[in-house]
Design a protein. Structure first.
Length: 339
């Protein structure tokens, strides 16, 4: 396993739980660079506009809620969520998908309820939201660390070794000049994946960013406003984690730095959407990192064309926290069937 982020850690855990005869190694790299798992806001819910994505997200959340160990590992907090669907979308099928897996969790709300119950302004009259009772947030970094700790305690080698090349064979070359050969190599290295596998442009890196603002949104739990791109969740008393989708694509990990203009636009959108002004125009903190995106989006195990035994497990939509639990279970099953 190349990469020790959330996806790689959970896949290693799943593989070891599935077979105690399988030799699993995680080449996790150094911790000098803050990765997406370390800075993610960790929003988890079942609803996604695409029903197939909803199935994976709702499966993940259902397993998380049913498994005391996963809840403890992840620090899951159930505070509910609201998803304001994009203009023209029909969320009914996705809501049914969620209902099959999390009965009684998701309900549709109209523009009147969005205004009166959540404080939205400037809504279109046909606006539709999805409110989920069973949703909230977790800590991807904590879940990653707990899964790696468990793996290391159960005969999985977890090495703080950086991989500089993935070779046919399959094999990897590490920063100390060594070459290691395996039956299969899974590259789950987030933003470092594209240069390792030369994936023909289907994998791209993108900067991600959020800020912590001194602002009150008293009626809100976790939320996504797909019309404006604004998302957030409560952070601590009197503060909210808020972010907007950015447009810095194909950024090198070492080139990431906070986009202060984007941080300022967050407050502009909040004022327009909720009529609320921050107590301080400067956020308490701004966190910038990077992630790997794939089109079509979705965290899945995929073979690398022309390279037998080499796979990727990365390239979602910047929100792997929602799907990693279920996606890692499916990926482990698929990988075991190939060995």
């Amino acid at each position: 396993m190349v990469g020790g982020g959330l996806a790689g850690a959970l896949l290693a855990w799943r593989l070891r739980e599935a077979s105690d005869r399988l030799r699993v190694e995680v080449l996790a790299g150094a911790r000098a660079t803050v990765d997406a798992s370390a800075v993610s806001g960790g929003l988890v819910r079942g609803f996604e506009p695409d029903p197939a994505a909803s199935a994976v997200a709702a499966d993940s959340l259902a397993e998380l809620r049913a498994d005391a160990r996963l809840r403890e590992w992840s620090g899951y907090r159930e505070i509910g969520s609201l998803y304001l669907t994009p203009s023209g979308a029909d969320p009914a099928e996705s809501v049914r998908t969620v209902a099959e897996r999390l009965p009684g969790s998701a309900v549709l709300v109209n523009a009147t309820r969005l205004r009166r119950g959540f404080g939205f302004r400037g809504l279109r009259e046909d606006a539709v939201g999805v409110v989920e009772r069973h949703a909230g947030y977790l800590s991807p970094a904590r879940l990653r660390d707990r899964a790696l700790d468990w793996a290391a305690a159960n005969e999985v080698e977890v090495a703080r070794t950086s991989v500089i090349a993935v070779r046919d064979g399959p094999a990897v070359r590490t920063s100390d000049g060594a070459e290691r050969r395996y039956d299969a190599v899974v590259v789950a290295a987030g933003a470092w994946t594209p240069p390792l596998v030369e994936h023909g442009g289907t994998l791209r890196t993108k900067q991600i960013q959020y800020g912590v603002y001194r602002i009150a949104l008293p009626d809100m739990g976790a939320f996504v406003d797909d019309d404006t791109g604004l998302y957030g969740r409560p952070w601590s008393e009197g503060t909210f984690l808020l972010g907007l989708g950015g447009d810095r694509w194909d950024v090198a990990p070492e080139a990431v730095e906070p986009d202060q203009a984007l941080a300022g636009r967050v407050l502009d959108v909040v004022r327009r959407r909720f009529g609320v002004t921050a107590r301080d125009p400067v956020p308490e903190r701004v966190v910038a990192s990077f992630d790997c995106y794939r089109s079509p989006a979705g965290l899945r195990l995929l073979p690398v064309d022309g390279r037998p035994g080499v796979f990727t497990f990365t390239g979602g939509s910047g929100g792997a926290a929602k799907t990693a639990v279920a996606a890692s279970r499916a990926a482990a099953s698929e990988l075991l069937n190939t060995l």
